[in-house]
Design a protein around this ligand. Structure first.
Ligand SMILES: [Zn+2]
Length: 149
């Protein structure tokens, strides 16, 4: 059975791409103790996150990633969690295309920018108010001074 690369926008498949290797999304290892389970769980999540496969759930059980998506052409050892190739990071498609998750992030940025402007506006208003108040106080003092005469 040919293996298809699960990366968005990557059409490599094992029966066509003799020069490429294909790597299955790592499974969670449960029978080698708690530490191994946690590590493999973390790794699987990272792969699915990087591949944007989170929503596909069970479908991603047999998903494969081709060697194009690893800096060194293959995933690192599961224990080598500091390696750049612990999970696929190269040519992940959605970086060029239109990723779904970019939209809310952009909107968030806009909101933040608007908040900044709003705060600046409020500060300017406050400054204005403060200046007016000072002027008014001065006026009153001057008036008082006149009255004292
Ligand atoms: Zn691929």
């Amino acid at each position: 059975m040919p293996m298809f690369c699960a990366v968005y926008g990557c059409s490599n498949r094992s029966n066509r791409e003799a020069t490429r290797s294909f790597y299955r999304v790592p499974k969670v290892v449960v029978h080698r103790g708690e530490k191994s389970k946690q590590l493999t769980e973390k790794r699987r999540r990272k792969w699915l996150e990087n591949l944007r496969l989170l929503s596909k759930g069970a479908e991603s059980n047999n998903a494969c990633v081709c060697s194009d998506h690893f800096v060194n052409g293959r995933p690192s050892d599961v224990n080598d969690s500091e390696s750049v190739d612990w999970a696929p990071t190269v040519h992940l498609g959605y970086q060029k295309g239109k990723p779904v998750s970019e939209v809310p992030r952009k909107r968030e940025k806009m909101m933040m920018a608007m908040d900044d402007q709003h705060q600046d506006g409020a500060r300017a208003l406050l400054d204005h108010h403060w200046t007016n108040k000072n002027i008014k106080q001065d006026d009153t003092d001057m008036l008082h001074g006149r009255q004292d005469d």
